[in-house]
Design a protein around this ligand. Structure first.
Ligand code: IVH
Length: 667
């Protein structure tokens, strides 16, 4: 059996389980979109492998089997489902077929929100509610009459005269606020929350005790007259339902063409989140019901309507492998290699696995079916595994302890999420570092893209970042496929890069955790890169917006061989690493003082720290042997004792204030 055939069997087992979870247990472990994606994968594989045909395959199933706790109800005619459109092209294709079947003329549509609830059929006799049934598998549903009777928006009696049988189709749903409140209550009671409003509605309606249903805030929207009225158009049908006192969704639109329908899908996508109920798409229906009737139906769905599904934000697919890349700071980052899957309108083949811990915590193994999510513009990410029978037979994933590029040791420092290659000569790190240096927020080197970086590295022209700035135009012009023009452009780009301000140079150094903002804050506070390199860890972390993690990283960098070397060579190469320290820092009246504040002060501590820094003090948060002055506010405790034991000068806040005032005057 080949890989695809094995995958067919695995998908059938998985989808059968997911189907039971969803339709029988009302407790799915995956989203509808993930289920749909797995089903599409199975259908596509089965089409490629007709020899694997099986009439019991989940792909052949139309709807849910009734769970068996309620009396069966025969649906006549059966309740069909809808074909799906995933994008505007699918809608145009649908329209083309409809017009062809209808004889070529333009046709009008009604567009309605597709409510994420569950179908019910309500039968009224002589205006009285007689039966409520779920859809079941379309032919046989469940009798839930006692339960629909307790739903406030289901009328017991129709308005107006309705002699004989009147049967309607609609959707029972749970409004979002009720859904959230129900889940919160369940969580508080230690019960499993419902996965989505549809499951909450289904679980609430299919209760043996109608009292439970009554407490669940269910609502109804009707959209089809099945018996007892012969509306000419879908708009008439909705009007008829409303006249009879049945709740009808006020949101709907008559569209004169498929272009209008497509415009409506875009408009509705923006409105959707504002609605107090969940929708998973729009239903596009032929306005002319007679025409709809004459178009007929396939086994599963009418030809006259289609469900436009909003792009899925989650999907499920097979994890084919894990690729570990090495970033510019040496961090090893795992990327999932996926069996291609449609997600939010694009095909996804790679997704972030974040870090070593995520893989271990979620026990993600190669060969597993994983859940992938894409939110907004963010890179897709793996969020977990859908466990199948074979999960535990697959070997657990072992994160590499050596760099996959240079083979050097990959070390995980305490408190860090990433394992890092510690070989400072690692070619992968150098490559990423050079690309980073050329990037926008860093030195913005015109002409230094990834391809040029690869070329420079391949020809051994750059062994360390500063080599870039020693390149001569004539050397560059010798590079294969790198004409004089490119050489001149890169040389000019490199020359211009030397004039970038110190904060951007600091950012370009690629110190782990130091982003553009932190680089600016540090330069603002210390004035120059050499001054940052000399600062103590505490002093660094005292900078508002910097904090201990960045401080430690900066300290390590400038006290390591690479940092020290770079400071020297950049200065030699003509980079301006900073100007004067901010006024007062190195030469202020409190210059030389290392101050620690303790206890409660009359002004915010940050303000006191800032004021003393402006007068030249170095402010630290812990008392060390370096500390020269402790300012003790109210209720100062252990630090005061420590200052005493080390014989450090201690001032009250008032004394310190006076000292600052006199120092200021003296200067
Ligand atoms: S019309 C022949 N209109 O979507 C099918 N269905 O995927 C006629 N649904 O089973 C269905 N809102 O449960 C229709 N405004 C709406 C709907 C709607 C939700 C559900 C319905 C159906 C499913 C099809």
């Amino acid at each position: 059996m080949d890989g695809e055939q094995e995958r067919i069997l695995a998908l059938r087992t998985l989808l059968t389980r997911l189907f039971e979870e969803y339709h029988v247990l009302d407790a799915p472990s995956v989203s509808d979109a993930e289920y749909d994606a797995l089903m599409r994968e199975l259908v596509a594989l089965e089409a490629r492998h007709p020899e694997m045909g099986d009439e019991h395959s989940p792909s052949r199933r139309v709807g849910a089997r009734a769970a068996g706790k309620f009396q069966p109800v025969q649906h006549d005619p059966p309740l069909l489902s809808l074909q799906n459109a995933m994008d505007a092209d699918d809608l145009r294709e649908f329209d083309r077929r409809v017009r062809k079947d209808a004889g070529g003329a333009e046709v009008a549509y009604v567009v309605e929100p597709k409510i994420d609830g569950l179908t019910v059929v309500l039968r009224y006799e002589d205006g009285e509610l007689r039966q409520g049934a779920t859809r079941g598998d379309g032919s046989v549903g469940e009798d839930v009459t006692q339960n629909v009777r307790v739903i406030a928006s289901v009328p017991r009696r129709l308005r107006g005269a309705h002699p004989g049988a009147f049967e309607v189709r609609g959707e029972i749903y749970m409004p979002r606020p009720a859904f959230e409140a129900l889940n919160a209550a369940r969580a508080a009671a230690g019960e499993a929350p419902f996965a989505n409003p549809r499951n909450a509605a289904a679980g609430s309606l299919r209760q043996m005790d109608p009292g439970v249903t009554a407490g669940r805030a269910l609502e109804l929207f009707c959209y089809e007259v099945r018996r007892g009225g012969v509306p000419g158009t879908q708009s008439d049908a909705l009007a008829l339902l409303a006249q009879a006192g049945l709740p009808v969704n006020p949101i709907r639109r008559h569209c004169a063409s498929i272009d209008e329908v497509i415009a409506e899908t875009e408009r509705f996508a923006a409105l959707r989140d504002e609605l107090p109920y969940a929708t998973d798409g729009l239903v596009v229906k032929l306005e002319d019901l007679q025409l709809a009737q004459s178009l007929g139906a396939t086994q599963k769905a009418p030809r006259s309507a289609i469900a436009y599904k909003f792009p899925a934000e989650e999907a499920a697919t097979e994890l084919l492998g894990i690729e570990v890349q090495v970033g510019r700071t040496g961090a090893l980052t795992p990327t999932a290699i996926l069996r291609p899957v449609r997600l939010a309108g694009t095909t996804v083949q790679r997704a972030s696995l974040h870090n070593e811990d995520l893989i271990a915590q979620r026990d993600i193994r190669i060969g597993d079916t994983v859940r992938v999510r894409k939110a907004g513009e963010i890179i897709p990410e793996v969020i977990g595994v859908i466990a199948d029978d074979e999960h535990y037979l697959r070997p657990a994933y072992e994160f590499p302890s050596v760099c996959p590029i240079c083979g050097g040791e990959a070390v995980r420092r305490e408190g860090e999420a990433a394992r890092r290659c510690v070989n400072t000569a690692c070619p992968a790190q150098l490559r990423e570092w050079l690309i980073h240096i050329g990037g926008r927020g860093a030195l913005d080197v015109d002409g230094l893209g990834p391809r040029t970086v690869d070329l420079l590295l391949a020809h051994g022209l750059v062994q360390q970042p500063e080599d870039l700035f020693r390149l001569r135009e004539e050397d560059l012009a010798q590079l294969p496929r790198f004409g004089e023009k490119s050489a001149a452009k890169l040389a000019a780009g490199l020359a211009a890069a030397r004039t970038r301000p110190p904060a951007r140079i600091l950012f370009a150094l690629g110190v782990p955790h130091v982003g553009e903002r932190a680089a600016e804050l540090l330069v603002e506070r210390f004035g120059s890169l050499p001054a940052i390199g000399q600062a103590g860890q505490e002093e660094l972390s005292d900078v508002p917006g910097v904090g201990p993690v960045i401080a430690q990283s900066v300290y390590r960098f400038f006290h390591g061989a690479v940092g020290e070397r770079l400071l020297g060579s950049l200065a030699q190469l003509g980079f301006v690493l900073g100007g004067e320290a901010p006024r007062g820092h190195l030469d202020g009246p409190l210059a030389g003082e290392v101050v620690v504040f303790t206890g409660t002060l009359s002004v915010p501590r940050q303000e006191a720290q800032q004021r003393s820094r402006a007068l030249g003090a170095r402010v630290e948060s812990d008392i060390t042997r370096r500390t020269t002055l402790v300012v003790a506010g109210e209720a100062a405790g252990s630090k005061l004792a420590r200052a005493d034991s080390l014989g450090i000068r201690v001032l009250s806040e008032a004394e310190f204030g006076a000292l600052m005032a006199t120092e200021r005057e003296r200067n």
